[in-house]
Design a protein around this ligand. Structure first.
Ligand code: ADP
Ligand code: MG
Length: 287
């Protein structure tokens, strides 16, 4: 049975918007010495906005309709941004068929009888689509870029940005007291570098697929570290499950919330540090 202090700690945490699924996580959390964070939706607000669309052969609105159709069923922050932009421009978005979302990559499907895809340049290239180098660059300074393909050809790039959460710097400072921090993102190098610098994190890795995030967690554990992973997306689910303690933003996708041990309400990242503090105080009292 859980000692009474664990019950008290979990009640206290719940009042502060930190939900422990099991008392055991409170015990494990006090030993954490490595903290791995996702970027989009975790350090950033996860409410990106579309900055620019470059589509040499098609009207912007056509590209946006395609992307919005593909993203209709996705819960990814990018999908929400695209839907919001389509709504802002009062576009009628058709339903796509056979849509398949590939976590950390993008979405493919059939829109009005034609094969279409929206996602990262690296992934589209792997699908055999020639994404122009030029379309990838230049826009990255202020944000990230994703691409749209139609019938196997690149047709457009969509530049988007997502702001750092207002409390991310503070949360990073507090979390640093408990161990080395790593930021892992599926996004490109430039965007990763910028957000890591803004948040005050010196160690980061870009272009991380879900399995790469998992690998980083496993490697740290193999070095004898106790790892907390903080994330929000389907692309974080494997790493969240493998971590000694997985912490998820309540704004996260169902797969991530399922995989995590601790849910941080109102998407407040500073709650992650509070959770560790509570666990340390609790465990000190028990022993
Ligand atoms: P992060 O690790 O920062 O949370 P993701 O792994 O979710 O980011 O996404 C990495 C990249 O993959 C995005 O920057 C985007 O280019 C692409 N991507 C992922 N999901 C989608 C989607 N639903 N629609 C379009 N692009 C996507
Ligand atoms: Mg994310």
């Amino acid at each position: 049975a859980a000692p009474i202090s664990i019950l008290i700690a979990s009640g206290l945490s719940a009042k502060r918007g930190i939900l422990f699924k099991e008392g055991r996580s409170i015990e494990r959390l006090h030993q954490v010495d490595r903290i791995v964070l996702d970027k989009t939706g975790t350090l950033t607000e996860g409410k990106p906005s579309i900055r620019a669309i470059e589509s040499p052969g098609h009207p912007e609105t056509y590209v946006l309709r395609l992307a919005a159709a593909l993203e209709k069923k996705s819960g990814h922050p990018i999908a929400l941004a695209i839907a919001a932009e389509a709504a802002k421009r009062r576009l009628l978005v058709p339903d796509a068929d056979e849509t398949k979302e590939s976590p950390g990559h993008g979405v493919t499907g059939i829109v009005e009888g034609r094969w279409a895809a929206v996602g990262s340049s690296g992934w589209l290239r792997k699908l055999g689509i020639a994404v122009p180098e030029r379309a990838d660059r230049g826009k990255e300074e202020e944000g990230s870029v994703l691409h749209v393909a139609l019938d196997g050809r690149w047709i457009a790039s969509i530049a988007w940005t997502d702001r750092l959460r207002s409390e991310s710097e503070k949360a990073v400072r507090e979390l640093s007291a408990y161990g080395e921090l790593w930021m892992l993102t599926g996004d490109e190098e430039e965007a990763a570098k910028r957000i890591a610098a803004e948040a005050g994190i010196s160690r980061y890795r870009a272009r991380m697929l879900p399995e790469n995030k998992l690998e980083v967690v496993r490697n740290l554990q193999a070095e004898g570290r106790t790892v907390a992973m903080i994330g929000d997306g389907a692309n974080d689910a494997a790493a969240l499950a493998a971590a000694d303690v997985g912490m998820v933003m309540d704004s996260g996708t169902a797969a991530a919330i399922e995989a995590g041990d601790v849910v941080l309400l109102k998407g407040e990242l500073t709650k992650a540090a509070q959770a560790i503090t509570i666990s340390r105080l609790t465990m000190r009292n028990i022993r």
